[in-house]
Design a protein around this ligand. Structure first.
Ligand code: C2E
Ligand code: CA
Ligand code: CA
Ligand code: CA
Length: 274
């Protein structure tokens, strides 16, 4: 039994080493990607639930890791936060997103994800200002998506940064709403312009009364605060029907469009598509 135990511990430690090594390799490749322009941006459409009109696009970071193919941001963003590369990556995303959006044939809004690490750094204010100035993008076309958990660090500093950015005319959305542990407190103290319901609530919204009740409560909250609510992760017609019935403002998800390049020709001929 002792030998078996030692063997298991040994496997376990080996696994930990392996994991740590993989994370270190990813961190190294992330830094290289920062220097060599190794990232690209995908755009996912956001639409009005009532009219189906396009209200904007969320900007999603893509990384084709040499020798490994596409790596999900859900996997590499936490490592970028851990190794410090997130600041440089965040600057790149903001500048590139503003530049690209400024050259679009239509003045659509873009929503850019901002990490909690960036929200703790005062130079985010300059990064946003410079990105707008350099690109010529109108400030009202830019929205920052901030998660609840990312503002719990140094709350006062995050609040100061967000207020400065808002003063430029940029709007702020609370991302993944309902998954953090301080939702109501966040709502009370932060200067936000939109609530994004986390997609985990969408999973069973058409069948499960409990999920539906939660979504309904968030929508009521949005109404009483006069803040639009966007539901993310909408994959089925049934989910969209529930959202329409419950008075949700906007929706985003595979049903409405997958993240990718924007097909402007398709957009300019709306009559050809249902
Ligand atoms: P998020 O901000 O919640 O972004 C939405 C994620 O849901 C995206 O995953 C999107 O592809 C996915 N999604 C959209 N519609 C559907 C749907 O109908 N069903 C399902 N199952 N998924 C859907 P993605 O692109 O893999 O990004 C994952 C996360 O990585 C994002 O979650 C965000 O937290 C982070 N991220 C992405 N880009 C950036 C970035 O530029 N900066 C920072 N800091 N984080 C980013
Ligand atoms: Ca987001
Ligand atoms: Ca989200
Ligand atoms: Ca999320």
């Amino acid at each position: 039994a002792k030998a078996e135990f030692d063997r298991r511990i040994c496997y376990y430690e080996h696994d930990m080493d392996e994991q740590a090594r993989q994370r270190r390799d990813i961190a190294r490749d992330l830094w290289t990607a920062v220097e060599n322009n190794g990232f690209s941006l995908a755009y996912q459409v956001q639409k009005s639930v009532a009219s189906g009109e396009i209200t904007g696009y969320e900007v999603l970071l893509r990384w084709n890791r040499p020798g490994h193919g596409n790596v999900s941001p859900a996997e590499f963003i936490p490592i970028a936060e851990e190794c410090g590369a997130i600041s440089a990556i965040g600057v790149w995303v903001l500048k590139m997103a503003c530049l690209e959006a400024a050259s679009w044939p239509e003045p659509c809004k873009i929503a850019v994800n901002v990490s909690g690490i960036q929200l703790a750094q005062i130079d985010l204010i300059d990064t946003v200002r410079n990105s707008l100035f350099m690109s010529g993008l109108a400030p009202h076309r830019l929205e920052l998506e901030v998660t609840e958990t990312s503002i719990i660090g140094d709350k006062n500093r995050a609040l100061h940064i967000l207020r400065q950015i808002k003063a430029m005319g940029v709007s702020i959305a609370i991302d993944d709403f309902g998954t953090g542990y301080s939702s109501l407190d966040t709502l009370r103290s932060f200067p936000f312009d939109k609530i994004k319901i986390d997609r985990s609530f969408m999973n069973e919204v058409e069948s499960d009364e409990q999920s539906k009740a939660i979504v309904r409560a968030i929508l009521a909250l949005g109404r009483s605060l006069s803040v639009p609510v966007l539901a993310e992760g909408v994959e089925t017609r049934e989910q969209l029907d529930v959202l329409r019935k419950e008075g949700c403002t906007e929706a985003q998800g595979f049903l409405l469009g997958r993240p990718g390049a924007i097909d402007w020709n398709d957009r300019l001929e709306p009559g050809l598509r249902a």
